[in-house]
Write a protein that binds this ligand. Structure first.
Ligand code: KG4
Ligand code: ZN
Length: 331
């Protein structure tokens, strides 16, 4: 089954063609980072206008790169939420129009569920149950994945998402936007033990809290204006990664997981990837770590999740709307 996936939930316009939920034959991502960088964050109105301009060229390119035409597509899957409503509407409307023109099913995809499927595109040996560490700009969750579409929420952030903390600390340090990759790079030149930032809620259940850590960074830098930015970046990153890895390991022990899977934009973080690999080796767990380009927003993961959703539930009603607050449906 050859599925065209469409992703427009935030600031990437993306389209991909994936066969049977596992073989990526094309994946095109047009990033709007340059458009938003000067504002220090995503401007929703700018994002939706850019999606309108970019989406059809990106879809056309994904078909050309896959060597197929519209008549070869068996279903169209699109992110319906969560995300920015104006951005979501562009992708959802286009996907429905294409499914009507090509007379193929439309499949509504939850963006969070799609992040989970990114790892399986590259490593289909799904060893269940799995602890998924879903860390993006808008979400931080520990999930027990027990089957396709079967998720249990083990923990989540009580305030800022991990990616949001990276972005806010980067903005405070005047590094630019998006902050995660910039902190990741700067931290390479810093000492992660230079500053003992707090590890919020480290030994306290499986929920997270990152807003106090962000405030601790701000207070420290104000008090020590001569501190090196690289040491701040490395020490902050170490604190976030310590908490994420400790809780993922504990969750894996609690549920008797066979592996740990990283998902979402923050899963591109080099320190987090290394530490999860080490932890999995020590605890004899399978590490599912998608390539960096599969961690951040893309449409291959949408087409993959769409394939499994279609197998479970068939086509989505054509009047399915965009839902900016869509949640992951859990057991
Ligand atoms: O999944 P994603 O592309 O979009 C959302 O669904 O939110 O995640 C974007 C987030 C941003 O906060 C960005 O700063 C963060 O992922 N990010 C990183 C890295 N690359 C992206 N955070 C830490 N280290 C990275 N290398
Ligand atoms: Zn995302």
């Amino acid at each position: 089954m050859r599925i065209l996936g469409i992703e427009t939930s935030c600031d990437e316009t993306a389209a991909a063609v994936v066969v049977d939920g596992t073989q990526v034959v094309s994946s095109v991502v047009a990033s709007q980072v340059d458009l938003h960088a000067r504002y220090g964050g995503v401007v929703p109105e700018v994002a939706s206008r850019a999606h309108v301009e970019m989406l059809m060229p990106v879809v056309a390119q994904s078909l050309v790169e896959a060597g197929v035409s519209g008549s070869d597509i068996d279903a169209v899957a699109a992110t319906v939420g969560p995300g920015l409503v104006g951005s979501l509407l562009v992708g959802v409307s286009a996907a429905k129009a294409l499914s009507l023109v090509w007379n193929v099913p439309f499949v509504a995809v939850n963006h969070l569920e799609a992040h989970l499927y990114a790892a399986f595109l590259e490593d289909p040996t799904m060893e269940l149950p799995l602890v998924v560490v879903l860390v993006s700009g808008g979400h931080t969750m520990l999930i027990s994945m027990e089957g396709h579409g079967e998720y249990r929420l083990l923990g989540q952030t009580l305030d800022d998402a991990a990616g949001e903390a990276f972005d806010k600390v980067a903005r405070f340090l005047d590094l630019g936007y998006p902050g995660g990759p910039l902190i990741d790079r700067l931290a390479l030149d810093g000492d992660p033990r230079a500053i003992a930032f707090p590890r919020p809620m480290l030994n306290d259940g499986l929920d997270f809290s990152f807003s106090g850590l962000k405030t601790a960074v701000v207070n420290y830098v104000r008090k020590h204006p001569d501190v090196g930015a690289a040491d701040v970046a490395a020490s902050f990153q170490q604190a976030v990664v310590d908490v994420l890895v400790a809780k993922a390991r504990r969750a894996a022990r609690d549920i008797g997981a066979r592996g740990i899977c990283l998902a979402g934009g923050v899963a591109a973080n080099s320190q987090l990837r290394m530490r999860v690999l080490d932890a999995c080796e020590e605890d004899s767990l399978h590490a599912f770590i998608p390539s960096r380009s599969m961690c951040t927003d893309n449409a291959a993961m949408i087409a993959a999740a769409g394939y499994y959703c279609y197998q479970r539930n068939g086509a989505s009603p054509i009047d399915t709307g965009a839902d900016p607050n869509l949640r992951l449906s859990v057991l």
